[in-house]
Write a protein that binds this ligand. Structure first.
Ligand code: APR
Ligand code: PHB
Length: 388
């Protein structure tokens, strides 16, 4: 087979890239290891930056999000059980949108499926001749071997994918921080405790009240990495949330049976550069953020935006500059989101070595945020998303 762009991975990054390229008249083939059901069932975050919302509109994928998503103009921070609101919209003129990544993935799959894509359940994907003019991808499907020749390969296959691993060790550098705790998440069909999100710093650890809709809530509590799900029956999670989120949130909280429960570790990771010859990495394949601030999907979207522009410019007038600048351009935005996610994680969590002094520093910083418009503006413009 032959295509212009071979896209490895049918997560949000690969699907969005395929759709944007299609609208620009560029062919692609998306190869996905899992089944469609599996990809659509993965529970991930659900907070979109305004630039991501705009990009989804540009891709023709925004209709249901506009109907069912919840625009948010602010966010709440709680410290010592007392919360305060940051008026993100008032400070930046922009809003966020609450819309689950699962829903977004379904919408994108519906569009891409009209072109009989992605090719699901492909195995043994391997990348070849990345430094040549005609790279190619091999894979197996239903037992048969296949080969796709292309002009470019987009590595959109997530943190555990094959694309980044195709770059020789000496061909790049990884930067990493692993945090000594995880997030225990619970999804339940109950109304949210507040109409906006609450991020809570508590001496027992971090908690987050989030939502998927007016009738579906998503909550998290920080847990140590050796915790087992069996030790967290729903009631224990609700009790812990009530303590950490504070009295006001606890009073508004409706408890209900969990429909999903999982523990996720927290990690910061960046691989530089995001290019090797004709392979371009995008999304989780190149970088991971801890979920505090929900930047993961938004960074995948901004990479895709830059890559789409670079590839269409090359097909349009042979311009090489966009391709050459892709990695540096994407990384400039990635590192700022990495910094924000690391800072927000550090501010809100209890670390094993959080001694009395470190705790006072967190409380003082939150108190400063509560009272300073300048500090709130810094938080707000990062939270709502930096411009492309
Ligand atoms: N071959 C084909 N597909 C693969 C391979 C492989 N060897 N390895 C992984 N994949 C697929 C995965 O099954 C997955 O569907 O690549 C896809 C990668 O999707 P994501 O992990 O969702 O990554 P991305 O599209 O970059 O989206 C980033 O997802 O992980 C969250 O926080 C992250 O919200 C952010 C978003
Ligand atoms: C979520 O709703 O899952 C969510 C929201 C905000 C975050 C992280 C996760 O910062």
């Amino acid at each position: 087979m032959r295509t212009q762009v071979a896209i490895i991975g049918g997560g949000p990054a690969g699907l969005l890239l395929s759709q944007l390229l299609h609208l620009s008249g560029v062919d692609s083939i998306v190869l996905e290891r899992q089944t469609r059901d599996y990809v659509e069932a993965r529970i991930r975050a659900g907070m979109l930056e305004q630039v991501t919302v705009d990009l989804l509109d540009q891709a023709g994928a925004g209709a249901r999000m506009r109907r069912e998503g919840l625009p948010h103009g602010g966010v709440n921070l709680a410290s010592e059980g007392e919360s305060f609101r940051i008026d993100v919209e008032g400070l930046t003129g922009k809003q966020m949108m609450v819309y689950g990544q699962t829903e977004l993935t379904k919408d994108l799959n519906d569009l891409v499926a009209t072109r009989d894509q992605p090719l699901f359940e492909v195995a043994d994907v391997a990348l070849h001749d990345l430094e040549g003019a005609v790279p190619y991808v091999t894979y197996r499907k239903d037992g048969a071997a296949h080969r796709i020749d292309c002009d470019f390969i987009a590595g959109c296959d997530g943190y555990h994918g094959v694309s980044r691993q195709s770059v020789p060790v000496a061909g790049g550098q990884a930067f990493e921080r692993v945090y000594p705790f995880g997030w225990l998440g619970i999804l339940a069909d109950v109304p949210p405790c507040d109409h906006e999100l609450i991020y809570a710093n508590h001496e027992r650890g971090f908690a987050l009240a989030s939502m998927r809709s007016n009738v579906r809530s998503r909550y998290y509590v920080q847990v140590s990495l050796d915790e087992k799900l069996e030790d967290w029956p729903d009631e224990r999670i609700w009790d812990e949330l009530a303590i950490r989120l504070g009295d006001k949130a606890a009073a508004g909280m409706t408890r209900g049976p969990s429909i999903e429960k999982s523990i996720a570790p927290l990690r910061s990771f960046v691989f530089e550069p995001m290019r090797r010859g004709r392979l371009f990495l995008a999304g989780d394949a190149a970088h991971i953020v801890p979920p505090t601030g929900a930047k993961g999907l938004n960074l995948a979207a901004s990479d895709v935006h830059y890559l789409h522009e670079a590839i269409t410019a090359w097909y349009g007038n042979g311009a090489q500059a966009g391709l050459d600048d892709y990695s540096a351009k994407a990384l400039a935005r990635v590192w700022k989101a990495e910094r924000f996610s690391w800072w927000f994680t550090s501010l809100m969590h209890r670390f094993p070595d959080t001694d009395a002094f470190a705790r006072k520093m967190q409380v003082a910083e939150l108190d400063y945020l509560r009272g300073s418009k300048a500090a709130q503006t810094v938080m707000a413009e990062n939270y709502v998303g930096l411009p492309f």
